[in-house]
Design a binder for this molecule. Structure first.
Ligand code: NAD
Length: 254
């Protein structure tokens, strides 16, 4: 394959749908060999098939990002199959219900922190040693505009995503001298199955209310988030590390 990632290997967590799938397709389009780690086997196999049908290279390893042994196995399988790991997009995440802080069920709080924050840390914990061994690499974590500003009713999600931003900056400092860049993207609301599940796409009033939060008066598309990840992982961003890049139609500029 030709493209800016020809000969490179990209690992994407949460690649079965939405932003992760769009990014997996974009990496493959640019020539990368793609590895998908996800709990959704059917969706991930479909993403991998979309890539191979277009002449690319991809495989899926069922992985819960909240289980250390599974994340370790995902990185090991990547290296076993393709020999290296150049780019990682730590994207797997879950949505929040809308509940005020005092009423937030502890179980829900812990689950969101476990997957959306600890899952990103666990992913980097196992990706970084391989990148160090190779002498470099690039990591992008999927935070959110809600990693930069608050959203009433989503305390666990907002806390986890602010945590991802802090974790990203800290890791960037630690590995800057080792040739590893670490950044985050902060999407505004993006039309994906996640928003469908919380009713923001099917209910016209809710959809309009969310649309109005974006100065560009629309939600984002998954492909627009993929484009930001591709840029951050490319040599065009060779001096960029430790940033939390809003891709949000102006949401956080208000
Ligand atoms: N859609 C938005 O508006 C929006 C905005 C900002 C940030 N984000 C973030 O983008 C990321 C992707 O979300 P999306 O909107 O594409 O939703 P999505 O539901 O389409 O994708 C989420 C993916 O994560 C996977 N996943 C969930 N739990 C997992 C686990 N424990 N281990 C491995 N994989 C798991 C799912 O199977 C799915 O493939 C999430 O981190 C989300 O918080 C989304």
């Amino acid at each position: 394959m030709t493209g800016i990632f020809a000969g490179k290997v990209a690992l994407i967590t949460g690649g079965s749908s939405g932003i992760g799938r769009a990014t997996a397709l974009a990496f493959a389009h640019e020539g990368a060999q793609v590895v998908i780690g996800d709990i959704n086997s059917a969706g991930s196999e479909e993403t991998a098939q979309m890539i191979t049908a277009a002449g690319g290279e991809a495989f899926f390893a069922r992985t819960d990002v909240n289980r250390a042994a599974e994340v370790a196995a995902l990185v090991a399988a990547t290296v076993e199959r393709y020999g290296r790991l150049d780019c990682a997009f730590n994207n797997a995440g879950i949505e929040s219900s809308s509940i005020s802080t005092a009423n937030y069920p502890e179980e829900d709080w812990r689950r969101i922190i476990d997957i959306n924050l600890t899952g990103v840390w666990l992913s980097m914990k196992h990706e970084l040693p391989q990148m160090l061994k190779q002498g470099g690499g690039v990591i992008v974590n999927n935070a959110s505009a809600l990693g930069l500003v608050a959203f009433a009713g989503a305390s666990a999600y907002v806390a986890a995503k602010h945590g991802v931003v802090g974790l990203t900056k800290t890791t960037a400092l630690e590995y800057a001298k080792s040739g590893i860049r670490v950044n985050a993207i902060c999407p505004g609301f993006v039309e994906t199955p996640m928003l469908e599940r919380i009713g923001l796409l099917s209910d016209p009033k809710a959809k309009q209310a969310v649309t109005n939060l974006h100065p560009m008066q629309r939600m984002g598309a998954a492909a627009e988030m993929a484009a930001a990840v591709i840029w951050l992982c490319s040599d065009a961003a060779s001096f960029v590390t430790g940033i939390a890049l809003p891709a949000d139609g102006g949401y956080t500029a208000r």
